[in-house]
Design a binder for this molecule. Structure first.
Ligand code: URA
Length: 441
């Protein structure tokens, strides 16, 4: 018989800078899943980890325990490499929605287990659920069926895959305990190992809209992901990408699906297109489908221009119960009741469009959650009309704000206005990819 868990003592140990043993860590993670460790104790422990961290051994055990909390999928029977991409979280980051079908069209299998809005950043599941009928809760068999037929699947963690992360992710979102390198790394890699990926490209965001805004912390997170991946047998390549301003023009849920569809149709904003092709190229090289990044980018571009990526998207949507007519008829996606334009207070060049402030404002509008049980407002959105480097006259539109609840808009609008800075001279263009770490293959 195992000794009863004395959770307060373990919380105190971590709070005071102690190191948890393997047995203690496994008992805590198991307890989080069974309910033996209630949410209030787990939240306190998570906050202690935010402050004190986990050392390499603790982090590996913590992540293994999260993986072992559920099933592990295997894809030995698939006729192609199984490679995934994950982002550490950004504002306007809808890359997964267009990237996964493009990679499938280019020869990969992408078993993407995605998350919900977390803190001020959007979540792929919340976005996809704005497609009428789209189901993100798939059991492992249905997950496999969609993956085999469409070449990609975009779903949430079923109760059977990494259930510990599902539990902790929701708690972290509601208790300001997201911003921790070991918690982010274990959250991401537990899902990726459980879903059976053979390689992972990480889009590690840096800048004001990232969870870890400074480049030093971003690099530290990327290195942790690579080292933890190695310990778990999962090759990880990290692309550090800029998140000082939102990616693309749309921030919100339905609007981001629409923008991802635009990319699949050959349009879309250039920064979103470039990052999607680049991350896809990295995945194709990691999966040995492409020789090098140039070849990978060309294959991604062909998957887009041929329309095959779009067809894969429509197939995946249909297989997951969604209405594929959204592809040709965006009005089938929900929209908000009201809108307001935010205008430039003076003439000049947009020098800042702060992704962190805009992401928090979008959450206030209802695009994200303040509490676990909050419902998302699917049409709430900020649509950028001028990004960094754009020349504007006084009174020109900077963005359009879409909302259902005027009270929420009143709270968000001043933050949105404060996110923009107009200067007399153009700033240096913000880099899309700052650097890459980890082996390409
Ligand atoms: N994405 C995840 O899956 N988990 C995190 O903690 C942050 C981003």
């Amino acid at each position: 018989m195992t000794a009863p868990l004395h959770t307060p003592a373990l919380i105190a140990k971590k709070r005071d800078g102690g190191v948890l043993s393997d047995v203690e860590i496994r008992a805590l993670i198991d307890g989080a899943v069974t309910g033996e460790v209630p949410d209030y104790q787990m939240s306190a422990l998570l906050m202690a980890i935010v402050w004190r961290g986990l050392d390499t051994r603790e982090l590996t055990t913590w992540t293994r325990a999260m993986i072992d909390s559920g099933e592990r999928l295997r894809w030995d029977d698939l006729p192609g490499p199984v490679i995934d991409k994950h982002s550490t979280g950004g504002v306007g980051d809808k890359v997964s929605v267009c990237l996964a079908p493009l990679c499938a069209a280019a020869g990969l299998f992408v078993p993407m287990m995605a998350g919900r809005a977390l803190g001020h950043t959007g979540g792929t599941l919340d976005k996809l659920e704005t497609i009428p009928g789209f189901r993100t809760a798939l059991d492992p068999r249905a997950f496999g069926r969609v993956l085999k037929r469409a070449g990609f699947v975009l779903a949430g963690q079923s109760a059977r895959l990494a259930p510990a992360d599902r539990r902790l992710y929701a708690l972290r979102d509601a208790t300001a305990t997201v911003e921790s390198i070991p918690l982010i790394a274990s959250s991401i890699l537990s899902k990726k190992v459980a879903e059976g990926a053979a390689g992972l490209v990480m889009d590690v965001k840096t800048g004001s809209g990232a969870f870890l805004p400074s480049l030093d912390r971003t690099r530290a997170l990327a290195r942790t992901l690579i080292a933890l991946g190695r310990a778990l047998g999962l090759p990880v390549r990290a692309v550090l990408s800029g998140m000082d301003q939102p990616l693309g023009n749309a921030i919100g849920n339905a609007v981001e699906v629409q923008e991802a569809i635009d990319v699949l149709k050959g349009g879309g904003p250039p920064d979103l297109v470039d990052l999607t092709l680049r991350l896809g190229a990295e995945m194709l090289v990691l999966g040995a489908v492409a020789r090098d990044l140039r070849d990978g980018t060309a294959r991604m571009a062909r998957a887009r221009s041929s329309g095959e990526g779009l067809q894969r998207f429509a197939l995946g949507v249909r297989l997951q119960g969604g209405d594929p007519r959204v592809v040709d008829d965006p009005k089938r996606l929900p929209s908000a009741r009201h809108s307001r334009v935010v205008r430039a207070p003076r003439a000049g060049v947009v020098a800042r469009a702060d992704a962190g402030l805009l992401g928090r404002a979008a959450t206030l509008l209802g695009a994200g959650r303040a509490r676990q049980e909050d419902r998302i407002s699917p049409g709430a959105a900020i649509l950028m009309r001028a990004k960094v480097g754009a020349r504007v006259a006084a009174g020109d539109a900077l963005c359009t704000v879409h909302f259902d609840d005027p009270a929420r808009a009143r709270a968000a609008l001043p933050q949105i206005a404060a996110a923009f800075r107009i200067a007399s001279r153009a700033p240096a263009p913000p880099p899309l990819v700052v650097e890459t770490l980890g082996r390409l293959r």
